[in-house]
Design a binder for this molecule. Sequence first.
Ligand SMILES: NC(=O)c1ccc[n+]([C@@H]2O[C@H](COP(=O)([O-])OP(=O)(O)OC[C@H]3O[C@@H](n4cnc5c(N)ncnc54)[C@H](OP(=O)(O)O)[C@@H]3O)[C@@H](O)[C@H]2O)c1
Length: 284
Amino acid sequence: MSNDPSGPTDRVLLITGASSGIGAATARHAGAAGWRLVLAARSQERLQALAVELGGAECALAVPCDVTDWEAQQRVVELTLSAFGQIDAVFANAGFGGPRGFLKDTPERWREMVLTNVYGVALTLRAAIPALTESRGHLLLTSSVAGRRVLPGSMYSCTKHAVTAMGEAARQDLDGTGIRVTLIEPGMVDTPFFENRPTDALQDDDIARSVLFALSQPQHVDVNEILVRPTAQAGQDRALRLCQGAALLAGHRARVRRGRRLPRDRREPDTRSRDDQPVSLEPK
Ligand SMILES: NC(=O)c1ccc[n+]([C@@H]2O[C@H](COP(=O)([O-])OP(=O)(O)OC[C@H]3O[C@@H](n4cnc5c(N)ncnc54)[C@H](OP(=O)(O)O)[C@@H]3O)[C@@H](O)[C@H]2O)c1
């Protein structure tokens, strides 16, 4: 096994949600950097096609897996170890979104989302930790900007907050094992995650480069979090701030004209939005 994280490697990276978007792009970047890959998701044909593209059985293994199924997750790890003998990094990335509004989505979809985005990620950790302990490996989890900023009525945002917490909980739990833990927190990325594909968004390659950056650090460096937004994603937030700023300024000027300034505890509350995702682009 290569000890030089920037050089060629025979190290093994397992990716869930590898059939599409961020997971597939990360597989391509990691493959180009010399990683051997295990590609997990439900869409068998897409995984198989990607494994062939990445060089076939020597380089990439396609393993169909529903991340909500504990036995399937254990099987992915077993097949990885029997094919490649080690697991050096795991990217727990499978997930999906839903419309905002607590009355919008069905309870069945909520159940599926919580099981995939939270329980599924926890199962990936649980299945992989023994092998990662052996390799002093690296665990990466896809959270989101929505896992750092609460989005109104968004069950998806709630699941991603759970992933953010899980990353930090795992990092503390695994302290002393040599395992590094990295949270990847993308802003809006143009992938099939969205039914209506966004413009001015990041590309899946942009997030893949972030993952490779974390993976390529020396063993003593643990990149805990990478939060990446498209430059244009200030959109709604900035527009709202500008409007509110103008309104606050107008109120301040009116008070000054009236010859008084309100004491701090009687001033209007700061209601600026911290919402980082445009409401007009609901994920599917
Ligand atoms: N796009 C964004 O703006 C954005 C922003 C922040 C975070 N994220 C997060 O990034 C991750 C990847 O999303 P993406 O944007 O790349 O979307 P995507 O192209 O739709 O990819 C989602 C991946 O998750 C897999 N998946 C979903 N449910 C699964 C299950 N039960 N078992 C196994 N695999 C499952 C899908 O594969 P199968 O359908 O084949 O199973 C697919 O490979 C997700 O966790 C998402 O929440 C996305």
